[in-house]
Design a protein around this ligand. Structure first.
Ligand SMILES: [Cu+2]
Length: 160
């Protein structure tokens, strides 16, 4: 049984790239929002994506919300004295003109507080991002397993 389950998960991972998804709003391109699968009752879940600003002026991710979480915060993880710490960024995150900001494990991320269900492999979790200029952008977080030891999990040349 356990081996069958593993094979099923691996199969989904291998086909994951086929499900890459992207959103755009104004000058912003939002590539492949995703989250890790969770169990029911998990206190938090994380959200990751890359946002590229193709415009000539900076924008700012100011907030996010999901019908599947009590609230969503913007967090920064960092190593302090060998301990991984997280802090909330109430001012949000600037998206510089011509730049890409990456929300990824171990760094910037969205924290979904109080998920109201388990996020299962293959689920799409609705999420609304609010930018200072581009406004509200509705995206979906794809729930997918990625190895913890490979936070980047994006082979070179992997394009969305
Ligand atoms: Cu966090």
């Amino acid at each position: 049984m356990r081996r069958l389950l593993f094979a099923a998960v691996l199969g989904l991972c291998l086909t994951g790239a086929a499900h890459a998804h992207e959103y755009s709003a104004g000058d912003l391109r939002i590539a492949h929002p995703w989250t890790r699968p969770t169990v029911a009752g998990a206190p938090v879940a994380a959200g990751y994506f890359e946002v590229t600003n193709t415009g000539k002026t900076a924008d700012r991710l100011v907030s996010a919300a999901s019908p599947n979480a009590t609230r969503v915060e913007i967090h920064q993880s960092s190593m302090e004295g060998g301990v991984m710490r997280m802090k909330a960024l109430p001012q949000g995150v600037e998206i510089p003109a011509g730049g890409t900001v990456r929300l990824a494990p171990g760094g910037l991320h969205l924290m979904l507080m109080g998920p109201n269900k388990a996020f299962l492999q293959g689920d799409r979790i609705p999420l609304t991002l609010t930018f200072a200029k581009a406004g509200k952008v509705a995206v979906q977080l794809a729930a997918e397993s990625r190895p913890a030891s490979a936070p980047a999990a994006m082979p070179e040349g992997h394009k969305h």
